[in-house]
Ligand binder design. Structure first.
Ligand SMILES: [Zn+2]
Length: 277
């Protein structure tokens, strides 16, 4: 897949963007750990802001692409959450962009509990984005995934189970990106048969990522396919009912099984297998 960036600019008008002086940077929704990176003497951040995002960067060209994509994602994702308020507004979400792999290692090492394989991550209202990979596609896929987390965190008042959080980031990241670029949503192509997947009993109960890299990849893929199955193959009303229960604070597993009419996880897996295979 060849992903040019030109199409993004054509798909939507460029959002208003402005450079911000260091002393004018909003700090209200930063954690102490984020403030420490912002003020770290080794980094000479420059700052760029749009309506919903504040980027800390040392190279404006990529930062401006991130800002533009952020606003497009904000539009696309918030349109899918009509009953939810942006709880962070008017505060902006922050994005730290790191280009030097050594800087990235410092961020990972300085973040307790961070997985060493993390290519980028979101914590609350802040994204730490590594400008990584050789191709534009790599960078944009990572960004699309993390941007989904960042936007969801503005709207969702509850913590989603791990599989749903990652599955939605994989699913929305891909489709919101394609939509923002004016590309077709060839969902059949996105859901080619899955050779192996994480057993749902394991996936649905997971509160931490698997230890093995191959198992991590499988976990993300299974999460994306399960979200795809629920959104594409099941009535939309069920999805809305399931989500409403989560927002009301119901535990996810019983809410899932009851809403979709599955007696147990094995029944869910049987239905899922017909989609995934
Ligand atoms: Zn994620």
């Amino acid at each position: 897949m060849a992903l040019g960036l030109a199409g993004m600019a054509l798909a939507a008008p460029a959002p208003a963007m402005q450079d911000v002086a260091a002393e004018a940077v909003e700090r209200a929704n930063l954690l102490p750990a984020d403030v420490a990176w912002l003020d770290h003497p080794a980094y000479r951040w420059k700052h760029l802001q749009t309506e919903h995002f504040l980027l800390h960067h040392d190279q404006k060209i990529f930062a401006a692409k991130v800002a533009r994509m952020g606003e497009q994602f904000y539009e696309a994702i918030s349109a899918d959450l009509p009953n939810l308020q942006d709880r962070a507004s008017p505060a902006r979400s922050h994005v730290f962009i790191l280009r030097d792999p050594r800087d990235w290692q410092a961020i990972v090492a300085g973040t307790p509990g961070m997985e060493t394989w993390a290519a980028s991550f979101v914590r609350g209202n802040v994204m730490y984005l590594q400008e990584t990979g050789s191709g534009v596609a790599d960078k944009m896929e990572t960004l699309a995934h993390e941007m989904t987390h960042l936007v969801f965190n503005r709207f969702l008042p509850v913590r989603l189970p791990l599989w749903l959080n990652e599955g939605l980031a994989e699913y929305d990241g891909e489709f919101a990106y394609r939509a923002a670029k004016g590309m077709g949503q060839s969902k059949g192509q996105a859901f080619r048969p899955l050779k192996t997947w994480t057993p749902l009993a394991e996936l649905l109960a997971a509160t931490a990522y698997p230890a093995e890299p191959a198992a991590v990849a499988r976990f993300y893929a299974t999460s994306k396919y399960l979200v795809g199955y629920l959104l594409l193959k099941q009535p939309r009303a069920r999805w809305e009912a399931f989500f409403a229960r989560l927002l009301a604070g119901a535990p996810a597993l019983p809410a899932l099984l009851e809403t979709y009419g599955w007696a147990d996880v094995a029944a869910a897996e049987k239905a899922f297998a017909r989609f995934a295979r």
